[in-house]
Every structure is written in C-alpha cells, then in structure tokens.
Write a protein that binds this ligand. Structure first.
Ligand code: NAD
Length: 419
C-alpha cells in the first residue's frame, strides 16, 4: 500500500481525493492545511474523519513516511513544498498545475526532483477527460487528416455552479502568488495542455494575445492566437487560438466551476467539434445539438463518445489512477513530467507579455534569465480594471433570477458528490 498525504484542503481537494479513495493500491493517511476548519470539514465530507490532520505540512512529511504527496496549494508555494518533500525522501509528488508561478521555480522543482530521484507529476486533468481521450484516439487515426488549426472557446458563465471560496480568488488575482491572471494563466493551463496534446505538439513558437480586465481582476475577455513550430519547410503551418468570454448573464448549471469549453479542430480532410468539458453532463449535453464529439468528413457527419461519461470528475480520477500506476509499477512517465509542466507555464505567460507590449512573443523570450532581467514580468491588472464591473455584473443576478422565474428548467442546483 502506498501511503498518501495531501497538502492543501481547498476547493480542488474534493476532486483530487477521489482517485485515492477508489484505488486499491493507496492508503490516504494524513492531510495538512494551515486552516484547520477547512481540513476537518473536508475530512467530514469525504467520510474520513479519523484521518490524521496536521497544521504544519513539514510535520506531516516528517512523521508519516509518505510514498506520495499531493500538493494542492497556491502556486507560489509549489516549489518550497516540493523541495521539502523531495529532500525528506517522499518517493512521488503530484503537483497541481500550474507547476509554479515563475519559470525559475519550475527549474528549481525539476532540479530538486532529479537530485533526489523523486517521481514528479504535474497534475493536469483535462488530458484525462474521457471525451478528450476518445477525441485523441480519433485524431491519431487521422479521421480528419492532418490537424491544421485548433480553437478552444471558453465561456465563463453566470452559473449556478459549485461555490468557490473568496480565499481561492484572493491569491489567484495576485500576480505575485498566481504567476499570471486567473483565467488565461491559471485555468488556461488546461486549455493550453489540450492545445498541445491534441495537436501532437510539445510547444508553440509564437503567441499574440489581447487580455482585458474589463470586469475586474478577472483577465477576461481575452483572445490569444499562436503558431506551432513548423517541422520542416514542406510541412504545413499549424495555428491555434483560445478565447475567454465572461458571459455573466448566461444561465448555465454546472456541477463544478462556472465555465465550459468548446473545441474545433480543422484538418486536411475534415473538421472535429468537441462539445463541453468542465460543465459536461448538464442540460446542454442532453440536447441533440451538443453531442460530445462531432466529425464532418467525406460529406458525412458522425457523432462519437456518446457511450462515455460526461462528467468532469472522471478526468481527476483517471489522472490520479495513472499516476498511482506509474509509482506502483515504476513503468512509464507521469503525465505531465516536470519539463512538460514547465512548457505549459512558459506558454501561459506568453500572451500577457504580448498584450503588454503589443507584439508577437517568441517562445525563447520566456525563461528564468529573462525573469531575472525583468523582461518577462507580468504586470498586475491596470488601474482601469473593473470599470465594467458594476454595469456588466449587476445585471447578472437580476437576469438570472428573472430567467429562473420565467421557468427555466433547472430551478435548483446542488453540488453532486456521489462516491
Ligand atoms: N485541475 C483543476 O481543474 C484545478 C482547479 C482548481 C484549482 N486547481 C489548482 O489546485 C491548487 C489549489 O487550488 P484551490 O482552488 O484548491 O485553492 P484554495 O485556495 O481553495 O485552496 C488552497 C488551500 O491551501 C491551503 N494552504 C495555504 N498555505 C498552506 C500551507 N503553508 N500549508 C498547508 N496548506 C496551505 C489553504 O488554507 C487552502 O485551503 C492550485 O494549484 C490551483 O491552480 C486545479
């Protein structure tokens, strides 16, 4: 049995814990959080109230002889916590994305885990969402020929959705603790991961971005475009784009965060649409217009993935199961490795520098040396941030209420947590 400890019992721990609860190969032995009430609350909810609690994570690591540590804390704490665990001899560490708030810290984590022979996983769950796994299989079979253009639409909705603590916002809207903004950098890590993986790429070459803070500290609306590296002069150029829209009046029930994703990939002989991820399974999923995967090729439209679970939690369970298997068998590599996690952090920073400087940013410009020189510093939101807040967001509650009164189908919402 692999002994597991969790550091950080905030919002996401509810989902990260699932894989360990289901696994026959691990035993969850302890949790740590500076906030005792938050940790004991979670233990109660998970039905694990007898588990050991530590306020100080170092004490937990020193006393519990852990094989696996799951780090689920704000980004600026990822490197020091990884360092402590690795030095203390923890065999394997799963670090929630983004790997760190700076490239220097990514380098430090990679170096540390190499020196201590620690298995390091950067936890990015979209990569394991059942519908996305199916889409990847189809793409690998060349169902749409050679994929040329990737697009992901992110809609931040008016909910109703899972409650997110104010504390979780406070460190996310601070560039010093987050490493960028809460959407493009933080949540964007998932979308950029999928943009590389589905297109069979390791990184991008150039990025251009517009990032707006119209509604406050949230970096949305935003539009980002990029170019993948061209493999040879006679291979086709490939591009990608990502957009974030804060649709604050959009009634859109979700069991998880108030956001959803829609992907479109154009290839040399077809087009693929992948509908929904985070909010998959809600009423939109049940309409005939939104099957999980749609492919148009050779004059025919086909649907795929309707037999698969459309519930975001499976991306977490699958990701953790994969990691446990790597640790247990010593075979294969975690998804993602430190180097791959660092690539995502670089990618996530490029659009901000582009927006700040009004130019295309190249991959090579974002590194620890540039951080030291101050040439890839992400600025905090401008003083004008939030000008649209009152006008734009005040309508939200009214319209949502009005919509519900007018008889929208889903009048109530409950956070589903069925084990
Ligand atoms: N995979 C996903 O879809 C996803 C979604 C949300 C968050 N995340 C990631 O998960 C991580 C945590 O995010 P969250 O939303 O749960 O944040 P959160 O703010 O809800 O939780 C963070 C927790 O860490 C605790 N903490 C802070 N300092 C600590 C310390 N020194 N020792 C022990 N505990 C400490 C806090 O008390 C808090 O309970 C971040 O890396 C975030 O980007 C991933």
């Amino acid at each position: 049995m692999l002994r597991v400890g969790i550091i950080g019992c905030g919002d996401i721990s509810n989902l990260n814990v699932l894989g360990y609860i289901f696994s026959q190969d691990t035993e969850l032995v302890a949790v740590s959080d500076v906030d005792k009430a938050c940790a004991t609350n979670k233990l109660e909810r998970w039905g694990l109230r007898t588990l050991k609690y530590y306020q100080d994570y170092k004490e937990m690591v020193d006393e519990e002889d852990l094989d696996i540590v799951e780090i689920l804390t704000p980004h600026h704490l990822h490197a020091p916590m990884t360092e402590y665990c690795a030095r203390a001899g923890v065999k394997a560490i799963s670090l929630q994305k983004p790997m760190a708030h700076t490239i220097a810290d990514c380098d430090r984590i990679i170096q540390m885990c190499k020196e201590e022979n620690t298995i390091l996983k950067v936890f990015e769950n979209f990569r394991f969402y059942p519908i996305y796994l199916r889409a990847k299989e189809l793409l690998d079979e060349k169902i749409i020929g050679e994929p040329l253009n990737f697009r992901i639409v992110n809609i931040l909705t008016g909910g109703p959705s899972m409650p997110v603590g104010l504390r979780a916002y406070s460190w996310r809207i601070n560039v010093e603790t987050c490493g960028g903004g809460p959407e493009v950098f933080d949540d964007g890590q998932h979308k950029l991961s999928v943009a590389l993986w589905l297109m069979d790429e390791q990184r991008v070459e150039e990025v251009y971005g517009w990032i707006n803070y119209f509604t406050g500290a949230i970096d949305s609306p935003a539009n980002i475009i990029w170019k993948y590296p061209q493999k040879s002069p006679d291979s086709p150029p490939k591009f990608g784009s990502m957009e974030f829209t804060f649709a604050s009046n959009l009634y859109f029930p979700s069991n998880y965060y108030g956001i959803d994703e829609f992907i479109e990939i154009s290839g040399t002989k077809g087009i693929m649409w992948i509908n929904q991820c985070t909010s998959g399974g809600n009423f939109l999923s049940k309409t005939p217009q939104y099957p999980p995967i749609v492919v148009y090729v050779n004059g025919k439209v086909k649907k795929y993935g309707e037999d698969l679970p459309r519930d975001w939690r499976y991306s977490f369970i699958n990701s953790t199961m994969h990691f446990i298997d790597v640790v247990k068998t010593g075979k294969g590599k975690p998804i993602y490795t430190g180097e791959e996690g660092k690539n995502l952090v670089i990618f996530g920073k490029m659009p901000y520098i582009s927006h700040q400087e009004g130019r295309i940013v190249k991959w090579e410009e974002i590194n620890a040396e540039a951080e030291r020189k101050g040439t890839c510093y992400i600025e905090p939101p401008p003083p004008s941030a939030g000008r649209g807040m009152v006008k734009y967001n005040m309508r939200k509650k009214k319209d949502l209420k009005k919509g519900i009164e007018q008889g929208l189908k889903h009048k109530t919402f409950e956070y589903e947590y069925n084990l």
